[in-house]
Design a protein around this ligand. Structure first.
Ligand SMILES: NC(=O)c1ccc[n+]([C@@H]2O[C@H](COP(=O)([O-])OP(=O)(O)OC[C@H]3O[C@@H](n4cnc5c(N)ncnc54)[C@H](OP(=O)(O)O)[C@@H]3O)[C@@H](O)[C@H]2O)c1
Length: 300
């Protein structure tokens, strides 16, 4: 698997997303999740994406079971986890919380569930509108000094939120994990990917197949747009001798910001087959053809 440098480590260019690995949390669902992780390891993924809230913690616990069974795997892995979203319950609405106490508690809980002593990367899951950059910087410093976290990043942050937080830190934010797919390309134009290139931040794409393979986060194309995009994808897929969804990944990989898509499939064949996107010699003009099909008009 092709790799990309992340601080002192080398991450597989495709990251394996663990949000769905616990399935419905039945024995059958969990066994499928374990098979998916094993398939990802065999296929050469070495970077695994988690969050405290995935499967209400069950996704981290399942992954931790695997690490307990095979502790040696840990040395060759990059493990990311995220926190900051407090899920609604019958006493309170969902909200974001970057307080020192909450983030520290969530990191410690994730470590216990994952059966590991440290996270390679800890991300703030969604921007807390009430965050104080100096307070977060202090929390990061403490987490690093304690050895619980090696490096930090953010998720779903705007460029100005990244700049604000970065201005208070004495170490670089390594990643911004955002939704990027054929439906949601706001990062192409809102400065997010420009900032990533400028500051050496790696953009990580969640839901990379959203919009065509399944609805993007809460959004779909109209039937008319969908047909036009799928027609272009089918034509290109014939020329590149691949499947349409692999082309969508190649389209993201072509961007000079070095986007790393997170593959969230739990189907071993798809986890392996996603690698084909890394081998496609995807051309500049085909990239624009797909953009044109997506937009419904040519670029001016
Ligand atoms: N930071 C954030 O706010 C945030 C938000 C959402 C997700 N994430 C991260 O991003 C990762 C990926 O997100 P995701 O799981 O939504 O993305 P994804 O990989 O784009 O989609 C996975 C879903 O699409 C299906 N699928 C994948 N390839 C397919 C294909 N070729 N044909 C038909 N169906 C296909 C999968 O089904 P099968 O399992 O049956 O193959 C699965 O249901 C998550 O695991 C998580 O780590 C982060």
């Amino acid at each position: 698997m092709k790799k990309i440098k992340l601080a002192q480590q080398h991450s597989s260019r495709l990251i394996y997303g663990c949000m769905r690995i616990a399935g419905d949390n039945s024995a059958k669902g969990r066994a499928k999740g374990k098979q998916a992780i094993q398939a990802a390891i065999e296929a050469g993924y070495n970077h695994f994406d988690h969050a405290d809230i995935y499967g209400s913690g069950e996704c981290e616990s399942l992954f931790g079971e695997l690490l307990k069974e095979s502790p040696r795997l840990r040395d060759h892995m990059i493990i990311t986890s995220k926190a900051g979203i407090r899920v609604a319950n019958n006493r309170s609405p969902q909200y974001y919380d970057f307080s020192n106490r909450y983030l520290t508690q969530q990191v410690e809980t994730s470590l216990k569930r994952l059966n590991t002593d440290y996270l390679d990367l800890f991300l703030l899951h969604r921007p807390d509108y009430l965050f104080n950059a100096s307070d977060v910087a202090q929390t990061f410093q403490q987490l690093k000094a304690s050895g619980k976290v090696k490096n930090f990043g953010v998720s779903n942050f705007s460029p100005s939120q990244v700049s604000l937080l970065q201005s208070a830190l004495n170490e670089p934010l390594l990643v911004n994990q955002i939704e990027i797919n054929i439906h949601n390309i706001s990062s192409f134009t809102d400065g997010t990917l420009d900032q990533c290139q400028q500051l050496g931040i790696t953009p990580i794409a969640w839901c990379p197949l959203g919009g065509v393979v399944y609805p993007a986060w809460g959004n779909t194309f109209s039937n008319h747009d969908q047909v036009r995009i799928e027609t272009e994808l089918a034509q290109q897929a014939r020329r590149y001798d691949c499947q349409p969804w692999q082309l969508i990944l190649a389209w993201l990989l072509k961007h000079p910001a070095n986007i790393c898509p997170i593959i969230g499939s739990t189907t071993p064949e798809r986890i392996h087959a996603a690698k084909k996107a890394l081998e496609l010699n995807y051309s500049h003009d085909d990239w624009y053809r797909l953009l044109e099909a997506r937009n419904g008009n040519a670029v001016p």
